[in-house]
Design a protein around this ligand. Structure first.
Ligand SMILES: C[S@@+](CC[C@H](N)C(=O)[O-])C[C@H]1O[C@@H](n2cnc3c(N)ncnc32)[C@H](O)[C@@H]1O
Length: 197
């Protein structure tokens, strides 16, 4: 199956498969990338089995996990760092919730297809700049994974646009300007042409 076919299959799933557990080595690497101070309160909004939560560097920490009756959308305590691997089907709602908690750092492991200019813009509009981006491959996860670290009142390390560009010319005769194969419509002879023949 091609990547495009797999991607289409994922988009058409009726029930999202959101429960992918992070390997411990990746969770530790992710946590180590965050610059922290001893007074920081860490928060894992989607704890799963606790692979992030259990590896946070101090004991001041909070968690949510829907299967244990703690919904992240009902969490409202003061925290400094959000760090984890959230359910990707809820990513917009999760970013909205995260910025509303006003932590200093928001950091997620997300799939490459979830890393979009609109989401970067949303974070910028809410005062968060992307300060680190680390790309890696986790076996069993679709495509590449991105460790994203946003910090309050910082500049983005990369630029982005939310505009769509369209090519002026088709790449080749059988392909339209969006790169899709053109449907070949058989030429129907008009009555005039039939009479001429
Ligand atoms: C991708 S898994 C990751 C689990 C864990 N963070 C890890 O890295 O191994 C996402 C987790 O989010 C949980 N979840 C989904 N919706 C939630 C919600 N509204 N509040 C809290 N947890 C939620 C799921 O039950 C699942 O355990």
């Amino acid at each position: 199956m091609t990547i495009a076919e797999t991607s289409r299959k994922i988009q058409k799933r009726e029930t999202p498969k959101d429960v992918f557990y992070t390997p411990e080595i990746v969770a530790k690497k992710h946590i180590d990338m965050i610059e922290t101070i001893p007074s920081d309160i860490w928060y894992d909004d989607s704890k799963g089995k606790g692979i992030y939560y259990d590896n946070y560097p101090n004991e001041k920490k909070e968690w949510s996990e829907i299967t244990e009756g703690k919904d992240m959308f009902e969490f409202n305590k003061k925290i400094d760092i959000i760090c984890g691997n959230p359910p990707y089907s809820l990513i917009n709602k999760i970013l909205e919730k995260s910025v509303s908690l006003k932590p200093r750092i928001i950091s997620y492991l997300i799939g490459q297809q979830n890393f979009t200019p609109h989401r970067l813009k949303f974070m910028n509009d809410n005062g968060y700049g992307l300060i680190k981006l680390h790309i890696l491959k986790i076996r069993g996860f679709f495509g590449y994974s991105y460790i994203c670290i946003w910090e309050k009142d910082k500049e983005d390390i990369l630029t982005h646009e939310t505009k769509n560009y369209y090519g002026e010319l088709p790449l080749c005769e059988n392909v339209d300007k969006y790169g899709n194969k053109k449907k070949i419509i058989p030429k129907i002879l008009s009555l005039v042409e039939i009479q001429k023949n």
